[in-house]
Design a protein around this ligand. Sequence first.
Ligand code: ADP
Length: 305
Amino acid sequence: MNILEIKQLHMSFGDNQVLNGLDMAVPEHSVFGFVGKNGAGKTTTMKIVLGLLRADSGSVKVNGEKVVYGAAKTNRHIGFLPDVPEFYGYMRPMEYLRLCGEITGLSPDRIKSRSEELLTLVGLKEANRKISGFSRGMKQRLGIAQALLNEPKLLICDEPTSALDPIGRKEILDILSTIKGKTTVVFSTHILSDVERICDRVAVLHNGRLALSGTLSEIQEQYRHNSFSIKFANSDEAAQFAGSEELKRPTIKLTQDADVLTVVVEDRRVGGQFLIDLLSKKQITPDKFEAVEPTLESLFTEVVR
Ligand code: ADP
């Protein structure tokens, strides 16, 4: 089942058409990377999902229920982590979560057990001091604990790692991948390596709609170029192989970089077999022979050009 379903969403600010028929579906129990350049419309989409902005047209469903602008009952299914979460600096984490729990209407016992569980999850169990002294990463982790207090089915995070150093980013990514069994996570980002690290699915927003979407392997399959990378013992051997008569065909393209040869063929299976046969005929055992998988970075650059 899809926990979030967006259909034909249109949204403009004056003349600036930000969303132009956006369709997007997020299946349950996934970590979903919502990717796009700055200004692509990721935050706008999230605000519409949270019922904080009224779209010009289109529909959004959370857990099968329609989102209504200004009266989003659907928010009971959602935990939200803004890019810069705000706290009362004079409070300690436990006090802050108690306040949030009381506002949400949880029982005192439930607040206590849930807060302890969540502070352990986000690594702040021992950080019993004022939030004002917290690092940016600690505040972000506390923000996740707060967003998860009410056991939401969907956790939406707006650029959760953008302002953090590599260690802080890793901590957040580890937490997000831990919770996916219980909560579906949608996070927006422009850091593609974060998506590659933890996301099952990815969607790239460009020109107001999705330019790419699917699992990483589906997308790689779709955009796979028929390229092979062959690493030889040295650059002379690579050059010799590259000069083979058998490779002088219009359907084969070669690029040499020192001892590595990249070969683009027309058909991945036939071409791959042909290269293996040729290496074998010439009695060359390469150090490495591999099909080149496109990276998310290279795909992103290709579709968002
Ligand atoms: P992203 O989150 O992908 O960086 P945003 O959704 O924040 O993108 O912004 C998308 C576009 O919409 C930008 O051009 C931004 O300037 C514009 N925009 C966002 N919010 C408003 C607003 N309240 N009023 C006018 N323009 C806005």
